[in-house]
Design a protein around this ligand. Structure first.
Ligand code: SF4
Length: 229
């Protein structure tokens, strides 16, 4: 499935090895509800790719099945990988987006150096701000770009009672169904905490999640290529 978020952008998805990501991050668009068996593998042809940048492994960590992932994506001239696992971070042959706040959103992985990071991704909600503050300080101190990704939860019984009592979230239409999403006022309050950090960006804006209008990944990919490759 091609992600509609990428439509019209200079990015194209590749999923070298399909299935459920074993990292089990909660919530995850790909691995909780919408796609019960995870993603199907998908490798665009070089003709499909053209001049686009291949985003490898949204929805399944690139370190899982590492050897196959690297082998199957070797043909793409422009690509970046996604992982939240630090174990093979030195071995990627292209820029990496490192999810530094993975499944347990109350702590972050503090890498000791920037490696070949294109950016770190911090998973944000209204109740993990202290963790986000610490992670921003750590990675901004190394001048690593930081992308804040606001979490949203599926409309399921598991979450209904929690969010009905939470004034910071509301049920809104998303790509494939309703989601509990952060309200605009709270989104702005959180983003406003980091305006003095030029390294901090958001994944899209409050009302617009489309990559073609955001451009962060393309810009940060070019930055990483010029710095590390
Ligand atoms: S940061 Fe921007 S370009 Fe990258 S995935 Fe998010 S919306 Fe798309």
């Amino acid at each position: 499935m091609q992600n509609p978020k990428l439509a019209g952008s200079n990015l194209i998805d590749a999923i070298p090895v399909g299935g459920i990501c074993p990292n089990g991050c909660v919530p995850c668009f790909y691995n909780h509800g919408d796609l019960p068996t995870g993603l199907d593998s998908y490798l665009p042809t070089l003709e499909d790719v053209g001049d686009k940048i291949v985003r490898v492994n949204s929805g399944k960590d690139s370190t899982v099945d590492f050897n196959d992932v690297i082998k199957l994506t070797r043909k793409y001239p422009k690509k970046f990988y996604n992982t939240s696992l630090p174990t093979r971070i030195c071995e990627f042959p292209a820029p990496v987006v490192f999810t530094a706040i993975p499944n347990n959103i109350q702590w972050f992985t503090a890498l000791s150096e920037p490696f070949k990071l294109m950016a770190v991704r911090l998973r944000v909600c209204s109740w993990n701000i202290k963790t986000v503050d610490s992670a921003v300080r750590h990675y901004a101190g190394m001048n690593v770009p930081i992308i804040l990704t606001f979490l949203y939860w599926s409309e399921s019984e598991e979450w209904n009672s929690f969010f009905n009592d939470n004034q910071d979230y509301e049920l809104k239409k998303h790509i494939t169904g309703n989601r509990f999403m952060i309200k605009e006022k709270e989104w702005s309050r959180i983003v406003g905490r980091y305006t003095h950090y030029p390294q901090v960006f958001t994944c899209g804006s409050y009302n617009n999640h489309l990559c073609k209008d955001c451009g962060n990944c393309e810009r940060l990919y070019k930055r990483a290529m010029s710095m590390y490759f």
